[in-house]
Design a protein around this ligand. Structure first.
Ligand SMILES: [Zn+2]
Length: 228
């Protein structure tokens, strides 16, 4: 078990043929595909009785498969779900504005209840440039599947916290805008997760599982060159 893990997801979940066939029946612009009763789709004959059960089984399967892919770590704060509580399915492009992507494999990841908190949703539109082909969309945040997180974030070690901060480009000195947006949207620099990381770091439970850059910084601290 990795207590903290920051890593770009290299693969998305796969659907079975019957799951794919079911998803294909749902119109792309249908608003209640994820949570609704599907009543009108049953009424007009698009879906049969029992459709809600099939949809809910697909949602459960998505969660189970994502847990394996993500190693039970939150996609945004990197902390293990045993530490930050329940895992929730997070739509990177939100369900309300982008119903066409609710079952898009690359649009779903698991986040913890802190990062996926109700009050944080919808604050930032995560899509900068929309295309009905998901792979052609441009995103404002660090995309768990399309972006290498190490290109965007860095860690600041204090006496009590390990804080996530935007990476500064060594040449332009500009900070990653995607990181700024991601940190703001999910409050990744917030005290809860930062203190949790800090106490885990102090207990020497995370220094071997952070990214290479963080490890180098951790070594700097251990050797006496304290940062901040
Ligand atoms: Zn989280």
């Amino acid at each position: 078990m990795k207590i903290i893990r920051f890593r770009q997801l290299k693969r998305a979940i796969r659907f079975t043929k019957s799951e794919e066939d079911f998803i294909a029946l749902i119109p792309k612009n249908y608003n209640d595909a994820w949570d609704g009763s599907l009543a009108d789709l049953k009424k007009n004959g698009t879906l049969k009785r029992g459709a809600v059960g099939i949809r809910d089984n697909i949602k459960s399967a998505i969660k189970k498969r994502l847990k394996t892919i993500q190693g039970n770590n939150c996609i945004y704060c990197g902390l293990h779900f045993k530490i930050v509580g329940t895992s929730q399915r997070e739509h990177i492009a939100d369900k309300a504005n982008y119903p066409e992507f609710v079952f898009e494999r690359y649009n779903i990841a698991l986040a913890c209840s802190y990062c996926n908190g109700f009050d944080k949703k919808g604050v930032i539109n995560t899509i900068n440039k929309h295309d009905y082909d998901y792979s052609k969309c441009e995103f404002n945040i660090i995309h768990p599947y399309f972006d290498n997180i190490d290109d965007h974030i860095d860690f600041l070690f204090t006496n009590t916290k390990v804080v996530i901060k935007p990476k500064i480009d060594s040449i332009t000195k500009a900070q990653s805008i995607k990181a700024v947006n991601t940190i703001s949207m999910f409050e990744l620099a917030g005290s809860v997760q930062s203190l949790l990381r800090g106490s885990l770091y102090k207990a020497k439970k995370i220094n071997s599982t952070l990214s290479n850059s963080a490890q180098r910084r951790a070594e700097l601290i251990t050797s006496g060159n304290h940062i901040s």
